[in-house]
Every structure is written in structure tokens, then in C-alpha cells.
Design a protein around this ligand. Structure first.
Ligand code: RUQ
Ligand code: CUA
Length: 656
């Protein structure tokens, strides 16, 4: 059921019923009036207003009733992704992405280890955290298609691919050229590319150069990771980068509709400040805030793609890169002034405008794609920057500016002509009209809203019923749990004439930066795996075990154990090896019933697996600790779950 109909059809009579008792309700009467009397008492006892009750009715999901939308939110420093139902704001899952996660058996000996290892920037050095910023859903024709989710790790310059067919991370791609990323992981309208742009400049390819050579040697980069939807993987060899000046690029967005083929990236340190407080320089925060204008970068990626195909790219660390001596003259890369320390850059659903929020400004600036395109094609520039890139005239590139308030950051859309901007310093959501660039309403949020998201908000047709304020602070909202406070997601209804605050959700993990919200019925994940499935190939694993064929095979020091799990035993349940043997465990869940999950751990060996129905896992380890090690199921799967165990017997060297 969709939200407007809840509000108009269901809510009014219900509320009327609920509130009938609030004024002058007389005694006695029908069951209905007893009910409303009860509600009135509850409202009084709990100190609830009419608006509170309305919000509760609009968001409450009784048991068994599912949510209409699903949010994929960054899990911040946890390196994971949060999956949240809307409007209930219930946490449904935490998907392991960049960080080992024991419940999902990700990074504890099983097949997921390979995915994590593939994401290491320095082979052999396991990264165990990430700074997740912007989850982005795959798109087809500018609409979320519910198939994949891409996430960036700002701290270690990586992009991950989560397959929504089983909500499992399949690939982590380290960027070999840059140190950090922020403008990612944004997709082009048909997910041709996953865009990842750098944040803090460094020499490309991660070489050393002293800070005194910043202007000459440090660079930014826009990476276009080619995505193959059929394979469900990024293809690094078919990807390319576009070199950028060292201006500290920030957020990015891909064009859509008329602006499909372009990418927009902003920047906030065109001063190229590098700090040096002890050396007598201003701190970077003030050094980077001298200019009134920074630069919006515009990349014509379809043209860049052609130039790469035509052999115009250089190869750096195995990546094809178009350098500025090519992209400037070829009109692939242009700069446009943008007001003071911008943060968000958000293309409107019709693809015609690009809205930029300036952190130190009181406006959002609305750039017109048609104007930009005409200027770029005509080669009209008011000058060139120090790298020979054309600077388009500001006034001729914009449609106008909206007076928003202090500290506008990010903007989302409702598809009905309104934009919603998060205003950090003022702690409000500002709703404004894209047509006349005027604020029509502001709603206080609690507190210091960073990002904001809308239902189907980054598509060509947002749903216009919900917005979520992603607040960085939550002072006074929740029980005191120590000096590290949760952040606060606030669900806001936007389908009526006024914005309505509906629900708070404390986020007790990481700092979530961004999120996207998709219609729940667009997601069509598996319920069980076909028996023996390797989730990383989506195929039957070569070592899959058929029930009845369980066995132990020894080849010298290698012991292969072919095991199945089904309520409530592992077969075999005894493994006997010698100290120093290499154990290869091939473990198939023989379950095919929904929600019948087993876990598998071996005490002291740091092995832990999740065995969803039908899933297959392979684990290899050296039995280097002698002893009698219980192995057991870690999910309470049945009445005899505690009995679902066995022993790994590791005979000490030299023992008889
Ligand atoms: S988002 S710096 Cu506004 Cu990546 Cu948080
Ligand atoms: Cu299987 Cu507990």
C-alpha cells in the first residue's frame, strides 16, 4: 500500500476515532468509544500529542506486516552496510562488506576471506576496517533495478560490489592510483560505470613526493570502473581514470536523461593548502577557505571513453589514465566556479540541473546542464586554471541560487518539483521549489543533519513520500550511553502539504554518511541456495558434498574432509589428524528449508562459518595446535542444536 493512501484513507477516520475521546467524551457507550477512551488514557499517561499518535500510526508495523521500502545505509567506520525497513525504521540486517563479520562467517576462514584479501591495498596486509560513505544501487534507465549495491571506502580508496541476489559482498576493488576516495560509488544511469573520485590529493600511483612539490606532483582522479551486470563484477582491465588537478575533489554525481554521459564533481581546496602549522602556515581549514570560489569539475565521460579507446590514455600502475593535457584541449574536462567549500552535488531527476551546496555559504547554486554543455562545446571560457583547464563563466552556467540557510550540504528530490536540502549548521531540512528557487518550508531536525535521502531519490522518478534526515548528533534524544552518542536517522513524511517528522532511529554503529531507499518489492533475493552453491561463483562448488557421500580423504599431509550439515548433526562428526597436517574442510548445508541456518566453528582455530540452506563453504587451515577441539553449530537451529557438535582431534607430533 502506498503512503498517500494510508494518510488520506486510513489515517483520518482512525485518528478521529482515537481522538474522539480527547475533548468531551461522555461515559459509557459502545466498544469503539471504550477503545477511544483507552487511547485517550494511553496518550495522557504517556504524554503523547495528536501529532505523536499520527506519526505512530503512520510508521507502526504490527507483527507480520512488512515495510514498503528498504534503506541501504553506510555503516561508516564499521565497514559494513545497514539494511533498514521503512516506515518502521527497523534494522533488518548488517551486510558485511569491507570488514570481517562473524555472524555471516565473513573473514573467518571461509570463502569470504578471498573477497576480503582481494580488497587489500598491500597484498598480505589485511585491512580490517573501512570508512564507508556512499552506498549506491545499480540502475537501469535511471531507475534502481534492485540487483547490486556499490559502496566506497574513503580511507583506503576501495569500491565493493554487493550482490542483492543474496546480499553478499562479491568483490572489493582497490584503486591502485589514489590514497582516498569520496566521490563514489556513484553509478551511471545504466550502471555502465561505477564512479569513484579521489578525495585527498597524492601522487598518482601512490609514489612519494615532498609536499613542496604538491602543485607539480599531487593529483586527483576520477575513476570509471566498468561494471558487467551479467558477471556481477567490476572489470578493472576495462576501466579507466581521468586525471584531475590537486583541488581536493569531494562528492560527485552522474548525469541522467539529457546530462547522461557527464559526471559532476566538486572540490573544496582549490587554494591547494597543505597545512604546516608548526612551520608557520595556516591550518588547512583556513588555508583552504581563502577563495570565494572553488571549482565544479565537469567530465564528459562518454567522450573520455572514446579517447581511451582511441589510445590517448597513459598507463599508470596498469590503469589507463587520460591526463589533463588531453582532457583540457579535447573538451572532456572543464571547471566552473562554485561558491565556498561546496559539499554535495546532486543532479535533478530530469537531469537538467545540478544543485551544489556550499558548506560556508547560505545558498544552493543551481547549474543548468544545457548552459554548461553549450559553453563546453563552444569552447567558451573566462580563463584557464594553472593546469590549462578551461574555466567556464559562473554566471552563464547557472540558472540561479536559492537562499537556503547556513551550511547547506546535500540535496534530494521528490519528483514533484521540490528539492530538500540538509542544512547542517541550522539543523533543518529546507524544502524549496526548483521552479522559482524559493524555500517553501523548513523543518527542524535533531541535530546537525549531514546527508539526506529520499525514497527512490536518486532515480529519474523519486516517489515523493519519504525523506530521511541523517543527523550527525543526537544530544538529548536517547538514553545516555556514554560519551560516544548514536547518530540519529529521522524519518520525515513529505507527501502532505507540510513535512512531518515521523520517527527517530538511533544508529549505534559507525558514522553513516549516505544511504539510498528502494521500493521493497524491487528486491528479489534468494530464499535458499540450490544445494552445494558457492556464493562467490553462484554455481555448484566443485567440492560440494552430496548427503550420503561424506568422507575423509588423506593425501600425505593434506586431509580433505567432505562434510554436510543438517538438523542436527555434522557428518562426519569426528576428524582425526596429526599436528601439522593441512585440513581442507568442504562443508555443504544439506538443508533446503527456508530460514534453517547452521553455523560452524572450531574452537581455538578462529574458524566460523554461516551455513545458510544449500550453501557450500571451503576452509583450509594447518592443524598446528594439538588437542581435542570441539566443533559446533553456532546458530540455535533446532531443539537439539547444542548436540550439533563433533571433535577435531589433533594428535601431537610423536604421540602414539
Ligand atoms: S558525505 S563527509 Cu556528506 Cu561522504 Cu559524509
Ligand atoms: Cu545447527 Cu545449531
Amino acid at each position: 500500500m502506498n503512503h498517500p493512501s494510508i494518510r488520506t484513507v486510513l489515517l483520518s477516520p482512525l485518528l478521529a476515532l482515537a481522538l474522539a475521546g480527547c475533548g468531551k467524551q461522555s461515559d459509557g457507550g459502545t466498544a469503539a468509544s471504550n477503545g477511544s477512551q483507552g487511547l485517550k488514557q494511553i496518550m495522557q499517561a504517556r504524554g503523547l500529542s495528536e501529532a505523536d499518535v499520527e506519526a505512530a500510526l503512520l510508521t507502526y508495523r504490527p507483527t507480520g506486516k512488512k515495510d514498503d521500502y528498504v534503506i541501504f545505509a553506510s555503516g561508516g567506520q564499521s565497514g559494513q552496510v545497514l539494511v533498514i525497513g521503512v516506515p518502521s525504521m527497523r534494522l533488518l540486517k548488517v551486510v558485511a562488506v569491507f570488514t570481517p563479520e562473524p555472524w555471516q562467517g565473513y573473514g573467518y576462514g571461509g570463502l569470504g576471506n578471498k573477497v576480503l584479501e582481494g580488497g587489500n591495498q598491500h597484498p598480505g596486509t589485511q585491512l580490517t576496517w573501512a570508512d564507508v560513505h556512499h552506498p549506491n544501487l545499480s540502475e537501469a534507465n535511471g531507475e534502481y533495478d534492485g540487483r547490486f549495491l556499490f559502496v566506497n571506502d574513503k580511507a583506503n580508496a576501495r569500491v565493493a560490489v554487493v550482490d542483492l541476489h543474496d546480499f553478499t559482498t562479491k568483490q572489493i576493488v582497490p584503486n591502485p592510483l589514489v590514497m582516498s576516495d569520496h566521490g563514489g560509488a556513484f553509478v551511471t544511469p545504466n550502471t555502465e560505470y561505477v564512479v569513484e573520485t579521489s578525495q585527498y590529493p597524492a601522487p598518482l600511483g601512490r609514489e612519494y613526493a615532498p609536499l613542496s612539490e604538491y602543485k607539480e606532483k599531487y593529483r586527483g582522479l576520477a575513476m570509471f570502473w566498468k561494471f558487467d551486470k551479467e558477471k556481477g563484477r567490476i572489470l578493472p582491465e576495462a576501466s579507466f581514470g581521468v586525471e584531475l588537478p590537486p583541488y581536493t575533489q569531494d562528492l560527485a554525481d552522474a548525469g541522467k536523461g539529457p546530462s547522461d554521459g557527464y559526471v559532476f564533481i566538486n572540490s573544496f581546496n582549490t587554494e591547494m593548502a597543505t597545512g604546516g602549522i608548526l612551520e608557520g602556515n595556516p591550518p588547512i581549514e583556513s588555508g583552504a577557505s581563502q577563495n570565494d570560489m572553488d571549482f565544479l569539475h565537469v567530465i564528459h565521460w562518454k567522450k573520455a571513453e572514446e579517447l581511451v579507446k582511441a589510445g590517448r590514455a597513459k598507463t599508470i600502475k596498469g590503469v589507463k589514465v587520460l591526463t589533463m593535457d588531453v582532457t583540457g584541449p579535447e573538451k572532456v574536462l572543464a571547471l566552473i566556479p562554485e561558491p565556498k567549500s561546496p559539499h554535495g552535488v546532486d543532479v535533478t531527476p530530469d537531469g537538467e540541473d545540478i544543485v551544489v551546496g556550499g558548506k560556508l555559504d547560505t545558498h544552493t547554486t543551481v547549474y543548468s546542464f544545457q548552459k554548461i554543455k553549450a559553453l563546453m562545446e563552444a569552447g567558451t571560457a573566462e580563463g584557464k586554471d594553472g593546469y590549462g583547464l578551461p574555466i567556464l563563466p559562473f554566471q552563464d552556467s547557472i540558472r540561479g541560487q536559492t537562499e537556503i540557510g547556513l551550511g547547506p550540504l546535500h540535496t534530494v528530490y521528490d519528483g514533484k518539483g521540490f528539492a530538500y536540502t540538509s542544512v547542517f549548521i541550522e539543523s533543518v531540512v529546507a524544502k524549496w521549489s526548483l521552479k522559482d528557487l524559493k524555500v517553501v518550508e523548513t523543518l527542524p531536525v535533531h541535530y546537525n543533519i549531514g546527508h539526506i535521502l529520499a525514497a527512490e531519490g536518486d532515480t529519474v522518478s523519486p516517489d515523493g513520500n519519504y525523506v530521511v534526515a541523517m543527523n550527525k548528533m543526537s544530544i538529548d534524544r536517547f538514553a545516555n550511553i556514554g560519551p560516544l552518542y548514536p547518530q540519529n536517522f529521522q524519518l520525515i513524511g513529505i507527501d502532505g502539504p507540510q513535512m512531518k517528522l515521523l520517527a527517530d532511529m538511533p544508529i549505534g554503529i559507525g558514522e553513516p554518511h549516505y544511504a539510498q531507499m528502494i521500493k521493497a518489492d524491487k528486491l528479489k533475493p534468494l530464499k535458499v541456495y540450490p544445494m552445494g552453491t558457492n556464493p562467490y561463483t553462484n554455481q555448484k562448488d566443485e567440492f560440494a558434498v552430496t548427503p550420503g557421500k561424506e568422507r575423509i580423504e588423506r593425501k600425505g599431509k593434506d586431509v580433505h574432509v567432505y562434510m554436510t550439515a543438517i538438523r542436527s548433526h555434522f557428518t562426519p562428526d569426528r576428524i582425526e589428524v596429526e599436528e601439522g597436517d593441512r585440513v581442507h574442510l568442504h562443508l555443504t548445508s544439506a538443508e533446503q528449508a527456508e530460514d534453517q541456518v547452521h553455523g560452524f566453528t572450531i574452537d581455538m582455530y578462529n574458524v566460523n562459518l554461516s551455513l545458510e540452506p544449500g550453501k557450500h563453504e571451503n576452509v583450509t587451515f594447518v592443524a598446528d595446535k594439538p588437542g581435542a577441539f570441539p566443533m559446533y553449530c553456532t546458530e540455535f537451529c533446532s531443539a537439539l542444536h547444542l548436540e550439533m557438535m563433533g571433535y577435531l582431534m589433533v594428535k601431537p607430533k610423536g604421540a602414539k
